[in-house]
Design a protein around this ligand. Structure first.
Ligand SMILES: Nc1nc2c(ncn2[C@@H]2O[C@H](COP(=O)(O)OP(=O)(O)OP(=O)(O)O)[C@@H](O)[C@H]2O)c(=O)[nH]1
Length: 350
């Protein structure tokens, strides 16, 4: 029996994983793809956005959202049963795509493909790491040498740099292919510098493909035939030997919620101000705008905010506003909520 090839899409918060997957679905060339999505944060924004495309290559029943919690830490509870259900179907998909949360370590997930119920039926065709060229250029994942030296002086056993740098290294160290995304946001010289930085973290021979809005040819992305689960030892990881477990205490997330918003521009301005004031890493969600039939999607990665109307609210859907906010540990939730409350028009928050 041939194994169902599976591609693991990894990459930090906001690197462009969902964007790349949407591109993939729209250019699937007849392949039947199933999608397994895992998000950090309680609202399934990515699943909603992908379902919003209504793609023949991936009908809604082939889009499976894992319960909240990082995929690398809930492998046995959630991921494996989901995979088994997919593989047990009378006609399994041609290819499975897994979108990991931006905070997930890919290696424990790849290791799950060694489990008896999966091993004979699916294989990791490749681990694809998405990189936000603009965020790398801005130094998001670089170690602050002074801060690290101070932290090490206080705790000599510290082997690590920042949590963001750790994820950057973990995700690149496990990759079979890297997509250097958001090339539109940096100039040629910066891109070359970022590519060199990325290349220093990858295993020898790993291809780096440049992309604008995740537009990578499906033929390059799928069919790598890496069988990554058989090749775990060649993938460096900081957490090897720690029982393959980690926690996400380095990051905080919460949801800002409300009903219909009367002045979306005021809300967007308030969000931008809070991102700047608190160094928020990621904001995403849907806004119900009073008087508008469609939902407003809000996406922010660091200081860059994007917003657009995607589809009309369904009759049975509650018209509510929900924004997921993610930052490094210590994010001042109370201050951010208080600052956004007026723009949410005083509608009770839940
Ligand atoms: N300028 C620019 N924006 C991009 C590009 N790719 C993605 N984006 C935008 O970046 C934001 C985040 O993209 P997503 O695809 O949601 O990123 P993600 O990696 O799925 O995010 P998480 O699921 O939160 O980790 C969105 O506003 C995208 O439109 C790109 O190549 N250039």
């Amino acid at each position: 029996m041939s194994k169902v090839p599976t591609t693991v899409i990894t990459g930090f918060l906001g690197a462009g994983k969902t964007t790349l997957i949407r591109h993939l679905l729209q250019n699937a060339r007849g392949r039947r793809l199933a999608l397994v999505i895992n998000e950090f944060g309680d609202v399934g924004v990515d699943g909603e956005l992908v379902k919003g495309c209504n793609d023949a290559a991936c009908p809604e029943e082939d889009i499976l959202e894992l319960a909240n919690g990082c995929i690398c830490c809930t492998v046995a509870d959630d991921f494996l049963p989901t995979m088994e259900k997919l593989l047990d179907r009378p006609s399994p998909p041609d290819h499975i795509i897994i979108e990991t949360s931006g905070l997930a370590l890919p290696k424990p997930l790849v290791k799950a493909f060694q489990w008896p119920g999966i091993r004979t039926r699916a294989t990791v065709d490749g681990v694809v790491a998405l990189i936000d060229a603009d965020a790398v250029a801005a130094g998001r994942f670089a170690t602050d040498a002074e801060a690290l030296a101070a932290a090490r002086a206080a705790d000599p056993s510290l082997d690590h740099d920042s949590p963001l740098e750790e994820l950057f290294e973990e995700q690149l160290g496990c990759a079979d292919m890297v997509v250097l995304n958001k090339t539109d946001l940096v100039d040629a010289e910066t891109l070359a510098r970022v590519e060199a930085q990325v290349s220093a973290e990858t295993r020898p021979g790993v291809k780096i493909v440049r992309a604008d809005h995740g537009a990578v040819d499906i033929a390059a992305l799928l069919g790598i035939t890496a069988a990554a689960e058989d090749d775990l030892d060649s993938r460096p990881s900081h957490i090897d030997g720690l029982d393959d477990d980690h926690d996400h205490d380095d990051f905080d997330t919460f949801i800002v919620a409300g009903g219909e918003v009367v002045d979306p521009d005021a809300l967007l301005a308030a969000v931008a101000a809070q991102i700047a004031a608190h160094d928020v890493l990621r904001v995403k969600g849907m806004v119900a705008v009073a008087g508008k039939p469609s939902r407003l999607v809000v996406q922010a990665v660091g200081p860059r905010i994007q917003h657009f109307f995607d589809r009309a609210w369904k009759p049975a859907e509650p018209r509510r506003t929900q924004l997921v906010v993610i930052g490094q540990k210590g994010l001042d939730r109370a201050a951010i909520e208080a600052a956004l409350a007026p723009a949410l028009d005083g509608v009770p928050r839940g």
